[in-house]
Ligand binder design. Sequence first.
Ligand code: URA
Length: 272
Amino acid sequence: MQERVQKFLSHSGVASRRQAEQMMLDGRVTVNGTVVRELGAKVDPAVDSVKVDGKRVHGETPAYVLLYKPKGTICTLDDPQGRPKVTDLVKGVRARLFPVGRLDFDTSGALLLTNDGELANLLAHPRHHVARTYVAKVKGVPSPDKLEKLRKGVYIEGGRTRPARARVLSVKEKNSLLLLELREGRNRQVKHMCQAIGHACLRLERVAFGFLDITEMKPGEWRHLLPREVEGLRDLALKSEPGDEAGRGPRRAKKRRGDEAAGAGAKADRRD
Ligand code: URA
């Protein structure tokens, strides 16, 4: 089946679609030996030989994985310190997966991995506001005023945070668990937000990314997304606007997961 060269390249994990277009414009891409700068050019991956900088690009089936990232793993693909990588946990998938956004080394939780550069860009783009839901263990118990500050926005590096949801889930001894739902993914954002209200974050877990949650998984487990979940993510990334509910959709998500769990059997390595 024919597809645009830049789409083939982004689905192959070489680059995002925009980067692939730039590679084409720069004359780095050949199809069957001929430089292709025309952005409308198409290829049939089954028969055509596509090369970037002289290296053959083999088309990959798009793969989408939800990983319950354990603490003590890194999201970067190259680590000079040789720490365990999230990609090492996803065994048996031949696609070159990369994480959509990042979680810190000491943060656990829902992490999406894919080789679909286009969807990854859509989801990670700040304009699309996909909800990220976290449970943070913080020092002390934030007052209602401080929670309100988190909701309205606090000043951290890079400017004021967008409106968020924030509530106390439970209090244990001198610490508390907060549920936070953000629609942006800035560097160490939750930790900085908690610090900004004077309650250091002691432990952090992302319990959901959009409608994908990890409630039925264990740390280190992963599963393939179902086709309709992939479509759901695409819709979410394209539709979600600030303040709407599309980035979260917990009811739909619960229903969807319930339906799928009933029919799908294995939890940690589901394939469709
Ligand atoms: N916010 C943080 O502070 N750390 C993460 O890993 C994710 C969100």
